[in-house]
Design a protein around this ligand. Structure first.
Ligand code: GDP
Length: 309
């Protein structure tokens, strides 16, 4: 079994490849919930929803957000009625979120609701939130403390980052099944997601971080950085703000306590000595995944490294 830690853009691309090569029951995915919030009566869990829609084959691959071909009548009407509607949630996407809100009303937890949703959408892989406890990411910037949404979507990562905090992480427990899946996995993959705001919240849960450290030898990561830039999103600004070099070496430094192997881009092979100095094995592949061919090819490399095939 392969356990994967995931955010909502880079890792889902790789999950498309992995799910072509693995039986669904061989895949467990632990998903970041640090950006979850409530809006217009629904609960939005951006990364869980993207992972679920990806595995269901309905994700909007232009944005890695919402459902392909969705319509926005409900969003427009709610705005007309004066609701803030910070995010554009499509009609079908909203139906799924309403369904989840109804499950919450029946007393279901986020992990139970995720399981039920997966079953209804025909997903057999094991998708789990990192925790059923609320952990929220806050970015401390020169312009003040803000949520990830405000930092990135509203203000375009324009503010200098000073620090990042995961409110609620202190007392948060891993969701049921997370530690068991990590322990039982033949390999644990930290996907190419933002190391600070997608993987960071998952690792802010002490027991998850400790489990990874204990199993360092079977933990692989794929870098989300090529050269000195993130493939997309604000990972660079966040890493820089925390004092890390924006490169795969910076990723290796962030992951040094719990990653045994780091997959870097072929064009970054000059970083091998700096990565290996951190006692992390450096492996090179084409880690840019613009299309399905690249996603399957990288997934195959990962499975070979993890000795699945
Ligand atoms: P978020 O929840 O939307 O922030 O999504 P993630 O954290 O899962 O994904 C964002 C990260 O994925 C960014 O840091 C990107 O650099 C990385 N990323 C996006 N596409 C690719 C890709 O094709 N290859 C690699 N290696 N990283 C990617």
């Amino acid at each position: 079994m392969l356990a994967v830690l995931s955010g909502g853009t880079g890792t889902p691309k790789l999950l498309q490849g992995l799910s072509r090569l693995l039986e669904p029951k061989e895949l467990s995915i632990v998903v970041n919930t640090g950006e979850d919030f409530g809006m217009s009566g629904i609960y939005i869990s951006p990364d869980i929803d993207t992972v679920v829609y990806t595995l269901a084959g309905i994700v909007n691959e232009e944005t890695w957000y919402g459902i392909r071909g969705d319509t926005f009548f409900c969003h427009e009407m709610l705005k007309r009625l004066g609701e803030e509607e910070l995010l554009m949630i499509g009609d079908r996407d909203r139906a799924i979120k309403i369904h989840r809100a109804l499950l919450f009303n029946q007393g279901k937890t986020l992990s139970e609701a995720t399981k039920l949703l997966c079953r209804k959408l025909g997903i057999e892989a094991n998708v789990m939130p990192m925790s059923d406890d609320r952990v929220t990411t806050y970015i401390n910037t020169e312009a003040g403390v803000m949520t990830f949404h405000e930092f990135w979507v509203v203000r375009g990562a324009a503010d200098k980052v000073l620090d990042v905090a995961f409110k609620g992480a202190e007392g948060a427990e891993p969701a049921p099944g997370v530690i068991e899946a990590l322990e039982a996995a033949d390999a644990i993959l930290i996907g190419p997601s933002n190391p600070v705001t997608s993987i960071g919240p998952i690792l802010s849960i002490k027991e998850i971080r400790a489990t990874l450290s204990r199993h360092r030898g079977k933990v692989l990561a794929v870098s989300p950085i090529i050269g000195d830039r993130a493939v997309s999103g604000p990972a660079g600004a966040l890493m820089q703000g925390l004092g890390y070099e924006v490169s795969s070496v910076g990723v290796a430094q962030l992951y040094r306590d719990f990653v045994g192997t780091l997959v870097l881009d072929n064009t970054d092979n000059h970083f091998a000595p700096a990565v290996e100095e951190l006692n992390i094995k450096a492996v090179f592949a084409n880690i840019l995944m613009p299309d399905h061919i690249n996603r399957v090819a990288l997934a195959r490399t990962i499975l070979e490294l993890a000795k699945f095939k």
